[in-house]
Structures are given as structure tokens and as C-alpha cells.
Design a protein around this ligand. Sequence first.
Ligand SMILES: [Zn+2]
Ligand SMILES: [Zn+2]
Length: 338
Amino acid sequence: MSVSFSEVVKSQHISTLIRTYFIEKSGYPIEYLNAVGEELINRGYDLKKYDEQEYIKLISPVFHKGWQNELYNMFKELLERGWAKEHTLIYGESWGTFVFEGILSENEQFLEVVEKYKKIFEASCGECGYKGEIEGQYEPPLCQKCIVKVIEEKTIKNISDIGFEYYDSPLYTDQIGKNVYVYWNDIKQIEIMEVYGELHSEIKLNLKKYTKKEEEKIEVTMSFLGEYEIDFSSEYAYNFFELIKHIPKNKLTKAQLIKIEKILSFKRCSICDKHAVLHDICLVCSNELPSITIQDSYWLKSYGTIENIISKKKKEFNENKNDRAELRYKFEKDKSFV
Ligand SMILES: [Zn+2]
Ligand SMILES: [Zn+2]
């Protein structure tokens, strides 16, 4: 091993250290946990002193913001039933976000409390705690108001031949994001990649504010990256293709210009009616085009005609649109698709 554990943990964010030491203990060798423990002590955490209340205080930031009140209610009920910190909570990671899985315990009473609160968490907005209309496909689940915020943050704005504005999201929960305006003039390197995914292909755009020559000389660190390199993906950003359209031609190679032209020649989708079909998949409604696929030929028997299948798919799309704010936004507001 070339780098010692204590060297590795030195550069880690405090939330990572706490998560490792208090929650994911079982996943690491004891030598590593000792190094993490030492690092926590170095940073002023007195591990010998911590009791149940300290444990709760330390781990609560790992839970979503909107769940904090209910989290404290849960611990209150657990403590009343004799819970102790040795019954560690278990978190699972899903798409990079932490979700609550349960508790490491055989005690029926504890488990009952945890099960009750798991349901409460699932029905509460992870951002603001609201318990009304929640969309569960998010990690954490979100209310309509908070989804609008997510959409806002994923939308590239003020796109022109001069530049564009985007939201630079924070790396950790204790940092804050900000809107950043970028001038095309400051971009020195552009890369456009197409990644063929399971569902449809994803286009990735990488913009660098330094030249190839400068790149060789500099030591690229995480903080450096955030300031000088910007990544967008067609999967996550709104107005993505509008942005691609506005990259100044003189910044692109001949091959890139051809690639962009190919990507932007969307065909019209017969289900959602948008010009959004790339390689036979619609980037708005995700239907496979031409709308009659091999799979559909099975459906022909029960649906009679191709028109019936199309109208069935249209109905499904409209239902999905009503249920999912992001899909609605992509359909109604995303400038990428006309
Ligand atoms: Zn909310
Ligand atoms: Zn479509």
C-alpha cells in the first residue's frame, strides 16, 4: 500500500468520516476505522464522550433536511423504549443519496418504531418536510414546490451566442450552490460525447476553461475542477440541446460540427408530437420510434390496429405527464425540443 489510511482520511469531508465511523462501520476493516476515529479526534470530536444524544446529533445531518423533525421524534420514541446507540441505524445508498433502511437490532419494539417512521419519511418531502402531494421517484421524495426548485437548478438559462448561466451545485450538504454565468470566450476546450445507455443515448458536454497546454502543467484538484471545468448531460440538464445549438462554431472542430448537426436533426415523435427522436428513441416520452416495434407486433392482436396502439401510448404519456412534474416541464418548457 503506497498511501496510509491516515493520509487517505485526512482529505475526507467531515460528513464522510462521520458516516464511515458511525453508520457504515461494518463495511470497513478495523485499521481503517481506527484511522477515521483518530482523524475525528484530530478535528475536535471527543469520541470517548459521546452518548446517545451525541450519537443522534452526529448522525442526523446524514438524513435529509426535511426529515429532521421526524427523525428526532423517532429517536425520542426509541429512547423511551430503552434504545441505546449500539443499535446502529442502517442506511442504504441509492443513486448517490442516503435512504433510511432500518436499524441493527432484534428488539421488536425498536423495529416497530423504525418501521413506523420509515413510512413517515417516505411520505414526507426530504427538502422541506411537507406531507401533502409527494413524488416518490426522487431520492429523497419531494413535494411539488421542491421539485420546481430541482427543475430550476437543472435548467441552463440565458443561453445566447455570448454565454449561458447554470447552477453550480454544492458537493456537500453544508456547502451552498450558486448561479454562474459563463462566457463562451472563456471556454478553451470542448468535448462532446455520446454514451449509449440502456434506454436511450446520453449526450455529455464537457467545457474547460483552460487550454490543452495549460492542462498539462496544472495539478487538477477537486476545487480546481469546480471552477474551471463544467459538465452537462442531456439526461440531467434542461435546455441542454439549446445550449449545444449555441456553442460558437469557431470553437468547434469540423468533426464536432458534424456530430452536433447529426444530434440536432431530431425526428418528430408520433406519441408526444415533439421533435425529440434521436436514434429511434424519443428523448421526451421515451417511446421507441417508429412507434411500432417488434414487441408491439404482439400487441397488434389485442389492439387491432396500429392507430389503437399509438392512442394507447399517447394516453399513457398524458397520464405520466400529469403525475410527474419533470416530465411535464420537459414537454412544456424545455427549449431543446420544439
Ligand atoms: Zn418540499
Ligand atoms: Zn415522444
